[in-house]
Design a protein around this ligand. Structure first.
Ligand code: ADP
Ligand code: MG
Length: 681
């Protein structure tokens, strides 16, 4: 048994009390302790003062050149000054409130001083003084984040004791071929280096090793999970007549783009295979995911199964229902819409029909995976715009139908690094082409004081027969403020347009009947301008709307702005997106600028990730993102790609599951429960 699993109380100097403090920081075993890496380092190595910038921290070794002078001001406060000869520099050193140093500072003796360098005054304000020459190996000092009563010094001590006593216990988990291939430090050396680096270059190498290790382990888990899911949960082998499916495809009002055809093939192959489909479909707004969903659903229906389509909001459910009714009408398919407004007897009736296979396609919000809902033979579940789902919810959804195929669709282009991390256990299809003839949306960023001109612009567009959206930001903390905001903008616009044009209002507090009525009058062009909160963010389709104004645009992330913007540019007319924003920060300005420069969702998503970081990308609530100790998905994306590829190959190979040299990696998978048929934590 490896001694690293021993509890930290086994460590000299760690009693029950300290153990509790360490537990608080997630440190239970010796192993946890030695893998508790510094969050930064102080560089105390000697440097030429010539190279040190004003106000920077510096460590120097020098000879005391003048008798120290002690000055008191007040009873407790004091200042000690002396001259120090460092190489050919003669500089001043100041120590505050340490009068007892005076007797130790002996003329002509050598000392080491660390402190802030005032270049103008040629003075160091000392933070630390060592009475003697600089000690070896104390160049770069680790700084640990600590909680409660623990100190950085204490952590250093515990870790250094642990490293001395347990060093030999540290095992390599990577096979030597990988160590050699990427010229990685061994685990022993890398851990040692993380805690006590000799120079920056070593530190970089140690970090590089852990970045790879973390990514590889994570990707191995994902790939193993994928393999286990494939092998353990048998899928349905869906059989249908390709000719019948082709009739449906031919009846569509347009030919498919080649990207659509490609992803449809990928999906149908999954459905026909005995494996269970677990696929993510990415496609920018307007790339035509709905027909892809429709074709897949028709395939499952032709195979004798039922389909379910889940969307995040009721409005979207209604819109999808409407367009699918149209597409399926000639094919005599029974479609039902299940929303919160379907209640009582009607609901009961609907559920009964569903159970009796009298409904072939059910559309609704995630109410669809509630317990009371039973399908007769569910063959395919599609979720639209559910990129906020984490691994956990995806698993719940998969477990709903015993072995149904599952397709996740998202219009939020997810940067590749995130896609292979957050959705690493899934197959991914991408629609990377928009239907021909789309005009790109012209985007402008203007200051709020230009509102008058914008209103005039909107009026001109409406006069041409077009419609407009005006979006007020969602204020997360307060739905009330949010609604108030929308109400204010609504009354301002109503006043502006008088009885020339009609202004509608949409927000989260409306009942679904009210929302429905508003959407209907907007899509029928009875309402010309729709003031709305971000409830229209996803999926809503009114091709005649050509202008979108977004209030306080700096408050949104790039991906969300892109989503909103996707509500226009859906018809044949030129569309416009106007960002009203007065961002104060540089990144805010940068974001507005990028929006005006590109319509490519993938480009925007990459930039969004860079500007906001992976934690914020999916929003606060459901990030579903793993936490890495050392690795950074944005900066280390190359390592991520490499590790992913290695993981795919390893899991696929027989050797990985048998050879002794992979035992170290396999054991990691056992810890995560995957190899016991349990689930990913
Ligand atoms: P999204 O991917 O954003 O869900 P939709 O499925 O709503 O996109 O499609 C956007 C619009 O493009 C719809 O009006 C749809 O009818 C149309 N569309 C989809 N595929 C094609 C195609 N191959 N050629 C022309 N128009 C298409
Ligand atoms: Mg859609």
């Amino acid at each position: 048994m490896n001694r690293l699993v021993e509890p930290i109380t086994h460590l000299r100097g760690v009693g029950e009390e300290t153990a509790v403090l360490l537990h608080d920081m997630g440190i239970y075993s010796i192993n946890d302790l030695i893998e508790y890496f510094p969050y930064r380092y102080d560089d105390n190595s000697l440097k030429d003062l010539e190279e040190v910038k004003h106000d920077e921290r510096v460590t120097v070794e020098g000879v005391i050149h003048s008798e120290p002078i002690l000055t008191y001001f007040g009873k407790k406060r004091s200042r000690l000054t002396f001259r120090l000869l460092v190489g050919r520099y003669l500089l001043s050193v100041v120590c505050f409130n340490r009068p007892y140093f005076k007797s130790k500072l002996i003329l002509n003796s050598t000392i080491t001083v660390t402190g802030k360098w005032d270049k103008n005054r040629q003075t160091i304000t000392a933070q630390e003084v060592n009475f003697g020459p600089k000690k070896e190996a104390s160049g770069i000092e680790p700084v640990y984040s600590v909680k409660g009563k623990l100190t950085v010094k204490g952590m250093r001590k515990f870790i250094s004791i642990a490293m001395k006593e347990y060093f030999e216990e540290i095992d390599e988990m990577l096979p030597s071929e990988l160590l050699q291939k990427y010229k990685l430090m061994t685990r022993k050396v890398a851990i040692q280096t993380m805690h006590a680096p000799i120079e920056q270059a070593n530190l970089k190498q140690a970090r590089r090793r852990f970045v790879y290790e973390e990514f590889l382990l994570f990707q191995l888990k994902m790939q193993a999970l994928r393999k286990v899911q494939r092998e353990q949960s048998k899928g349905l082998t869906q059989k249908y007549s390709q000719d019948d499916l082709n009739l449906f495809i031919k009846a569509l009002p347009f030919p498919l783009t080649s990207a659509q055809s490609r992803v449809i093939d990928e999906i149908l192959n999954d459905m026909k295979s005995p494996y269970r489909m677990n696929r993510l479909l990415q496609g920018d707004v307007g790339s035509g995911k709905t027909v892809v969903a429709a074709i897949s659903i028709y395939a499952t229906i032709l195979s004798g199964y039922q389909g379910a389509l889940m969307v995040p909001t009721e409005i979207l459910a209604e819109q999808h229902a409407e367009s699918l009714y149209k597409l399926f009408e000639p094919f005599k398919i029974n479609i039902a819409l299940l929303t919160s407004s379907v209640k009582g007897k009607k609901r009961k009736e609907l559920l009964e029909r569903l159970k009796n296979n009298d409904i072939q396609l059910l559309i609704g919000t995630h109410a669809l995976i509630q317990d009371e809902i039973h399908f007769h033979k569910l063959g395919l579940v599609i979720t639209d715009e559910q990129h906020r789902f984490g691994v956990e919810q995806r698993r719940m959804l998969r477990e709903k139908g015993a072995n149904t195929d599952v397709l996740f669709m998202t219009a939020t282009p997810i940067p590749r690094t995130l896609a292979i991390t957050a959705f690493g256990e899934m197959d991914v299809s991408v629609i990377d082409e928009l239907p021909a003839g789309r005009k790109s949306i012209e985007t402008y960023w203007v200051k709020p004081d230009m509102l008058d001109r914008i209103l005039t612009f909107i009026e001109k567009e409406i006069a041409k027969g077009r419609q407009a959206y005006v979006i007020c930001p969602l204020i997360e903390e307060s739905e009330k403020l949010d609604v108030q905001n929308a109400l204010d903008v609504h009354s301002m616009l109503t006043q502006f347009f008088q009885n020339r044009y009609k202004v509608g209002l949409m927000h989260g507090r409306l009942s679904s009947d009210e929302k429905d009525a508003v959407m209907r009058s907007f899509s029928e062009n009875d309402v010309h301008v729709l003031v709305s909160t971000t409830v229209v963010e996803v999926g809503v389709n009114v091709p005649n709307a050509t202008t979108m104004v977004i209030y306080d645009a700096e408050r949104f992330g790039l991906s969300q702005l892109h989503q909103l913007r996707g509500r226009v540019g859906r018809g044949s007319e030129q569309s416009y997106c106007i960002l009203l924003a007065d961002p104060k920060s540089e990144t805010g300005k940068e974001r507005m600028k990028i929006m005006t420069e590109t319509n490519d969702g993938f480009v925007l998503s990459e930039r969004d990730l860079e500007l906001r970081g992976p934690g914020d990308f999916f929003g606060k609530k459901q990030s579903g993102m793993p936490v890495f100790k050392v690795a950074d998905m944005v900066h280390d994306y190359r390592a991520l790609e490499v590790a992913r590829q290695d993981a795919v190959e390893l899991v696929r190979s027989d050797a990985f599951w048998k050879d002794e040299k992979y035992a170290g990696l396999r054991i990691q998978l056992t810890h995560s429960g995957i190899l016991n048929g349990e689930k990913l934590d």
